[in-house]
Write a protein that binds this ligand. Structure first.
Ligand code: 8DG
Ligand code: MN
Ligand code: MN
Length: 371
């Protein structure tokens, strides 16, 4: 138009899948506080407030600069009164008293400690807390406590599993999985997914997708891979879940849909010599190896793109991707499929042209399929 050019307005979307977010977080001081509050609400099973703080943290992580005053947040979505009150405290005093109170709370500290063990969720942690248990030695010396195999392994490898996995270690594990899979079948594909696919330097585990063009082979391949890792003597723990994938099912309406692909949650033994740059902790140095959490998921080849999209994370990105599909596109999305409710059609998705930032996924409607 004539005259002055309008000031560009950069609006931040309410959907994480519509925001570009880098690995650098300029607003860590706020997002760390929100995450404490979210955890605290999660422990109290107040899901709405928990998600509100997780959503707010995700919004601030997408900002290129630090928030300097409350005015900076005026045009931002997903920030409620409570969120802003916490930010105001931090802006004024450099810390939030509400967060400090939570951090010094015995129940919070104990639940945080207990849930840091592999295999211990909020329910079990709460149960133990109510019985008066406060430390790991309380749990391990209490005669009436029965630990399942996952929890026993969690305590056994606690130090190793709690320590972040580096990119170099993820790469070394990639080579081990690659070698194991290709010793069994030559035409399988392996992709690194999860946080490392998003470019993170460290992770709590390493996630891989394995798939093969051989029809139905993905249902039987995983037990073969697990056997092989066992024979190599590097399998420390394995929770295997067989495929329950049913092609006739619609994408689920549930909020955080678990998928039905064959998968396993593993703990593997990683030799220090296999990692470039070697070992990074004194204790490991003496032992020469460390335990690492590894997840493998095996979708059928024609579902690879959905599985990759679903397992790349973050959890907030995935939640918002599904919400965006539902609310803005009248579609249902999960780790298996994308379904157009208005056309009653399954949409197929070209695997390699996945555009994560805008949901302008290269979509094309497949031949009508009665789902
Ligand atoms: P991190 O390991 O570096 O801490 O982060 P991450 O890689 O983002 O987290 P993750 O817990 O390994 O989960 C990666 C993605 O996998 C996450 O977006 C959720 C998705 N995912 C599923 N199904 C399942 C499942 O059954 N269990 C787990 N743990 N994650 C799943 O789609
Ligand atoms: Mn991960
Ligand atoms: Mn994982």
């Amino acid at each position: 138009p004539e005259g002055s050019t309008p000031t560009p307005v950069t609006t931040v979307s309410q959907y994480a899948c519509q925001r570009r977010t880098t690995i650098e977080n300029s607003n860590k001081i706020f997002t760390d506080a929100f995450e404490v509050l979210a955890d605290s609400y999660e422990f109290s099973e107040i899901e709405g407030s928990c998600l509100a703080f997780r959503r707010a943290a995700s919004v601030l992580k997408s900002l290129p600069c630090v928030v300097r005053c409350l005015g900076d947040t005026e045009d931002l979505p997903c920030l409620g009164d409570h969120t802003k009150a916490v930010m105001e405290e931090i802006l004024q005093y450099g810390r939030s008293f509400e967060v400090e109170k939570i951090l010094s709370d015995e129940r919070f500290q104990t639940l945080k400690l207990f849930t840091s063990v592999f295999g211990v969720g909020p329910k079990t942690a709460e149960k133990w807390y109510r019985r008066g248990l406060r430390s790991f030695s309380d749990i391990l010396t209490e005669p009436d406590i029965h630990l399942n195999r996952m929890q026993q392994t969690g305590f056994l490898h606690y130090e190793d599993i709690s320590r972040a996995v580096s990119k170099a270690e993820a790469r070394a594990l990639g080579n081990i999985i690659d070698e194991a899979v290709h010793a069994i079948t030559l035409d399988a594909m392996i992709a690194l997914t999860g946080g490392f696919r998003r470019g993170k330097e460290f992770g709590h585990d390493v996630d891989f997708i394995v798939t093969t063009p051989e029809l139905d082979r993905e249902r039987t391949l995983l037990p073969d891979i697990i056997d092989r890792l066992e024979q190599q003597g590097i399998l420390l723990y394995c929770d295997y879940q067989a495929s329950t994938f049913d092609i006739t099912k619609l994408p689920s309406h549930r909020f955080e849909a678990m998928d039905h692909f064959a998968k396993c949650f593993l703990i593997l033994r990683l030799e220090g010599s296999k990692v470039e740059g070697g070992l990074n902790c004194a204790e490991e140095d003496r032992r020469g190896w460390r335990a690492v959490r590894v997840d493998l998921v095996l979708p059928p080849m024609d579902r690879y793109a959905f599985a990759l999209l679903g397992w790349t994370g973050s959890r907030q990105f995935e939640r918002d991707l599904r919400r965006f599909a539902r609310s803005e596109r009248r579609m249902l999305l999960d780790n298996h499929a994308l379904y157009d409710k208005t056309k009653m059609l399954a949409v197929s998705l070209a695997g390699r042209v996945e555009e994560r930032s805008s949901f302008s996924l290269c979509l094309f409607v497949s031949r009508p399929r009665s789902l």
